[in-house]
Design a protein around this ligand. Sequence first.
Ligand SMILES: [Cu+2]
Length: 331
Amino acid sequence: MVRWALLLASVAALTLGAPPGVGAQSRTWTVTAGGITPDGAVWSNAFYPRVLDITVGDTVQWRFEGFHNVAFAGGGALPPLVVMEGRSAYMNPQVAFPVGPQVYDGSGYRNSGMPPEDPKGWSQFRYALRFTKPGVYTYSCIVHGPAMSGTIRVHPQGTELSQTPGAALERGRREQQATIAAGMRAMAGLRPTVSGRTVRVSLLGDAQRGYSLMRYTRAPLVVRRGTTVTWEMRDPFEIHTVTFAGGESVPPFVLPQPQSGGPPKLLLNPKVVVPTGQRAHQPGYVNSGILAPVGAPGVHTYSLRFDRAGTYTYWCPIHAALGMKGTIVVR
Ligand SMILES: [Cu+2]
C-alpha cells in the first residue's frame, strides 16, 4: 500500500506540471488537511482554511498532516470507506486510491487517495485540483466522515478576492492552532469517571471544534479487583478498538494483498475488526472489535471486568503509530 500510494502520488505530481489553458494569472492555494501535536495525542480532523475563496482557473493544493483523503462527490453520493466481500472487509479502492482527472467543474467524483500508512510519509503526500467553473463546492475526508468537510468557493475570473494565497494559508494556520489548542485543553481535563466498581473511559472528540484525542487516559488507570471498565465512544470522527495483545505484537489494522496488474487489495485485519467476546480480562488476546464514531451505526461501548491483580497494557491497533495505548493497574 505504501509503495503504491507513493507511486500514484508522484504520477499525480507529474500530471500537475502544466495543465492546459491556464494563464499566468491563475494562482495556487494551499489547504492543510488535519494537524497533530508532536506526541500524536491530539489530532485535528478539519481542513484549513475551512472555507477558501478562489477564482476560475486557480488550483488548490492539499497538504496532509494526518491520515486523510480529499473527496468531491461531483453531484453523486460519496462512496463508503469499507466494502464487504463475503465476510471480509476491505478498504474501498475508490477511497484508498486516486480517482478522476485533477480538474473539477462540479461534476464527477474526484479523490486524492490515501497517504501512505506510515506517519513519516504523510507530509510528502499532496493532492491538487484546478477549478474550471464558478460554484460552491464542499468536499469531505471519507476516512473521518461527513463531520470532516471543507468548502471551496470558486468565483468568476477577474473577481477581486479579499485574501492572497499567503494570507489564506496564514488564516488556515490560525484555525488549525485554535483546534489543536482546544484539543489540548480537553486532553488536560481527560479523566475517567469512577462510581463504585465501575469506571468509564471516554474516547473524546469534538465535531464543532474539529479535534479527536488519541489517548484513553492520561495516566495509568488504577482499579480494584472486580472493577468493570467501560470504554465509551464520544468521538464523531474516529474508530478505535481496545486490544490486549496478550504477549503477541499489536496486530496491523490493514493487511495489503498484492494483486497482479493493479494496486493491492486492503483487507481489514479480522483480528482487529472482530470482537473476541470475553466479559472478563484474561491472559491472551482480548479485543473489543471496532468501536464506531458517535452518530455512525455500529458498536459504541465496550466493557471488561478485571478480576486478577496485575498491570495490563492495551492498544488501539488503528492508531498504534500515534502512541494510542493505555495501561490498567489492578490491585
Ligand atoms: Cu484508535
